[in-house]
Design a protein around this ligand. Structure first.
Ligand code: ZN
Length: 59
């Protein structure tokens, strides 16, 4: 009999997103440790800078 394939893959460590912890599918590009959502979202905080001229108290 062949070994239980499902059991074999269950014993392997699953690749998880280091940010949200969701299980990621095996991707060809394994250079990232975060899922596509987190890697995409992480771009916005870096490019976002608060406008120094914006003063909510001056309304
Ligand atoms: Zn994620």
């Amino acid at each position: 009999m062949l070994p239980n394939v499902n059991q074999f893959f269950d014993s392997l460590p699953k690749k998880q997103c280091s940010k949200c912890g969701s299980v990621m599918e095996e991707l060809s590009e394994c250079y990232t440790h975060v899922c596509n959502e987190c890697s995409g979202q992480s771009i916005y905080p870096l490019s976002f800078k608060p406008d120094p001229k914006y003063n909510p108290k001056a309304v």
